[in-house]
Ligand binder design. Structure first.
Ligand SMILES: [Zn+2]
Length: 259
């Protein structure tokens, strides 16, 4: 069995039999992989009990070429990100980003996405108040750009006419971005996107963090993100459960999300 040694982040974990766990990891070298961590629930196991949700470290993975479940040889945790479990807003935001990575990354290496997720989780583990949502939105749009999906913001997504930077434009998810007035009249489902919100999206895609959004604009951006992910980024109809919990005022308890 070929051995892959790679930096990895735990995106999902569940118990398996009496002493083991199955982990879904995003790795820098091999994209998203499912691994069996034998003995991970024993304190003296080689993998150890510190390998929990959102933890990052160096993973040794024995790849079984014809199988979907590989074997985790060892996982040296370098960052447990314990701060993510201390505040519900941090946990639900981190869960939404993990869901995004699981649904988007595939088994091809995408170092940019790995690095953006890692940096965002580090920031979330210490963020409070509005910064939690602002940091998570920035990270999500960066990961979407890393995956090769970017909404058209400066030219019409349909006819490619140039759009004035300071205009409120119409945003169409089916069309894949902003529309000029002529094309907007023909579009069925649209949202208004003020110039400031379009500027914010542009800055997120460029890797910036935007502060001072305010609660209402933050929520509008959360909804726009979820709709864009649903329309363009995920290729199936399975519900985005962690996104739903992130958007809800009364998000599910952490134990329910760990499932
Ligand atoms: Zn147009």
């Amino acid at each position: 069995m070929p051995l892959v040694v790679t930096q990895a982040i735990v995106l999902h974990a569940f118990d398996y039999l009496e002493t083991s766990r199955v982990l879904r990891l995003i790795t820098r070298e091999a994209g998203v992989q499912s691994v069996l961590a034998k003995g991970a629930r024993r304190t003296r196991g080689r993998v150890g009990t510190g390998v929990d949700l959102f933890a990052e470290g160096e993973a040794q993975i024995y790849i079984k070429p014809t199988r979907d479940l590989h074997t985790l040889g060892a996982f040296d945790v370098t960052s447990s990100r314990a701060g993510l479990a201390l505040e519900m807003s941090r946990f639900t935001a981190a869960s939404a980003l993990a869901e995004l990575a699981l649904r988007v990354a595939g088994d091809e290496a995408n170092a940019a996405m790995f690095n953006d997720l890692s940096a965002t989780l580090d920031a979330l583990a210490a963020a409070s108040g509005d910064a939690v949502l602002e940091r998570a939105l920035a990270g999500a749009w960066q990961m979407i750009a890393d995956a090769g999906f970017t909404p058209s913001l400066d030219v019409c997504a349909s006819c490619h006419a140039e759009l004035s930077r300071d205009a409120t434009v119409t945003f169409s998810h089916p069309a894949g971005g902003a529309l000029c007035d002529d094309c907007a009249r023909l579009a069925a489902v649209v949202r208004k996107l003020p110039a400031s919100a379009r500027d914010t999206l542009r800055r997120w895609q460029a890797g910036e963090v935007v502060t001072g959004l305010g609660a209402a604009e933050g929520r509008a951006h959360q909804r726009l993100l979820r709709e864009f992910v649903r329309e363009h980024v995920v290729s199936d109809d399975r519900p985005l459960r962690a996104f739903a919990a992130w958007e809800s005022d009364f998000g599910a308890q952490p134990s329910a999300l760990r499932g």
